[in-house]
Design a protein around this ligand. Sequence first.
Ligand SMILES: [Zn+2]
Length: 391
Amino acid sequence: MRDGAVVFEGGRVAEVGNAADIRRRHAQAHHIHLVNRAIVPGLINAHAHLELSHLRAEDLPHDTFVQWVVGLRAMMRGGGVDPAASALEGARQSVRFGVTHIGDISRSCRATRGALRQGPARITSFGEALGLARLRPNFEDGLPGALDDSSQSDLLRIGLSPHSPYTVDLAGYRQCLELSRERGIPLATHLAEVPQEREFLIEQSGPLRGLWDQIGLWSDPVETFKGSPLEMARAIGLLEYPTLLAHVNDCTEEELAWLKQGNASVVYCPRTHAYFNRPAHPWRRMMELGINVAAGTDSCASSPDLNLLAELRLLHQQSPDVPVKRIWHMGTINAARALRCDGGQIAPGGPADLVAFNVQGDDPLTEILENNLIPNRVWIGGTIIPPQSPQ
Ligand SMILES: [Zn+2]
């Protein structure tokens, strides 16, 4: 909309329309006059791990996924990291890039929720649960913390995240789904990230089983499932629930049809995908079928930073024929749907989460993506978030 205006009150958008009309109707309101700016909805990063924001992807081996997991585990066990400080820095960095809501997966959720509950960004904090074989007790022990909602605030709400099919058994997945359904909270998981998940599920063999043997924590029996990760997800009801599925890199046309029939969303993390040098992701086919696809950054352990615009920019570069608006949807309205939250659009009743960019031309959405722009003003709940320098 050219010469547009947004009215907000009490943290929510009250009206959107032509600036002259709005100024007339709201003469008493406090006016902020912006020239040569585009105002877009606050960006929503549907998948991140803020507690890993102190890491640098280039420091981790990543010729294979298993190498990377082993490297990350060693780095985390090395200690010396404060998950709360790391998460807060990640949230601050996100806001600098115009991200106003983050779907954050957290293993140290007591610490990270405490640090993030007062902002600066909105957070859906998915408490991560994992542990099978000899680590199975960790799964049970981790659930109460993951579900602890005592840190909820105006800006932070909780969700639950069973980690992946190679770290959570079927009973664990069923339990997480049941708990999420009972409490009506968002549910997220990593699914079909690598093709090796299939052989791991079917007969507990292959590189992912090798990972367990390498760390010396495998023990039988662990329940198998005679099918792919998506077949498993479908069998236990994960596709029927509005589950957020991170990655879904590896899937067949038949599996896409199940996604189409279900309520789950997919989150694609383009720069992480490139970091692991993976074959092309089926996001365009998914969108064609009407599957909800959002964009995410994943963590700083596999991506250069938490700049969601850089993820959208990469999609635009790789697929210039996809309308720019649809790419923006992946970081706004589709991401809101994936997180089951308000926002991702500037509409009456929605949160006043807005981002302003300096622009010159008539096509700001393309201009922002093609010129590495970063925002010059960010509002969350109608409040301007001051620029926060990196620590
Ligand atoms: Zn992830």
